[in-house]
Design a protein around this ligand. Sequence first.
Ligand code: UD1
Length: 314
Amino acid sequence: MASYLVTGGAGFIGSHISEALVSGGHRVRVADNLVTGYRRNLREGVEFVEADLADATAAAAVVDGMEYVIHQAAIPSVPRSVKNPVESHRANVDGMLNILVAARAAGVKRVVFAGSSSVYGDLPTLPKREDMATNPMTPYALQKLVSEQYGQMFTRLYGLEVVTTRYFNVFGPRQDPGSPYSGVISLFIKALLAGTRPVIYGDGSQTRDFTFVTNVVDGVLRAAAAPAVAGEVFNVATGGRVSLNALLAVLKNIVGSEVEPIYEAGRLGDVRDSQADIGKAERLLGYRPIVTLEEGLRQTVAWFKTGNGSREFS
Ligand code: UD1
């Protein structure tokens, strides 16, 4: 048994990670400012602290006494960062720096940081490998890149173990479809179940490596436990890619819906194609996707159809 701080643990991905850690018999503290997280996502058995990690004192207080920090807290939206770069910089970069400083002071064994595939931008080579050039196209992507580089610098300068997991378009139960900034799969499912027409920005031929949250949890726990990976960056994804048009067709089939999408102008800063090479995570972490895209979509639709899911529609 070890002690873990999960920042952003009231959010979508963080709540799944804290749930897995509690199931594994670990002591879990969640720190969350409830800006994009919800109390209802807090899993039984976790200690909850409402805290804004952009405040250095608050960050130090929540890190104190913890062996591992799984840093998921963020404002996780590309378009929201385009609209309000200062707000997302504060959450995404100031929060990370404060966590690193606090983790070093507290003698934390390892920090695992939630990075993003957006750092690759739209450079044409696919699939994306961790040693390829980065090309952030939005404030969000730059903030995630700066944060992972801060992590690597803390490893080199101070010997703090920091590992970055670059997520590729994560989806699953508890993803919140409540804002226009929500992940596309949650918005598509919400529309299909409500019988309304989903919106596709652009012509729908852009592709993504959509990753079911169970795979992400597995990747993160491996990144926390693997030997000799301090300072490393890992893609956490499935290694495939699907267009938005194809994704919608699969979802319509699962839901049994016939509605047609509305096509609108493409989003500013939108990446055209995204697909991960997961070879490095396979080699150094023993990571392999557990749940396929289609199975993940089925589980997500099933969850949205339950009473739990319907709360997300309010
Ligand atoms: C990006 C990152 C991802 C990151 C996430 C955080 C890339 C390639 N991916 O996702 O790693 O974790 O931000 O939020 O940069 N769309 C529609 N209709 C909608 C909503 C979205 O067509 O109603 C389109 C978008 O224009 C985009 C795609 O769906 O082409 C995916 O959008 P979204 O789910 O918001 O995620 P990304 O911006 O790709």
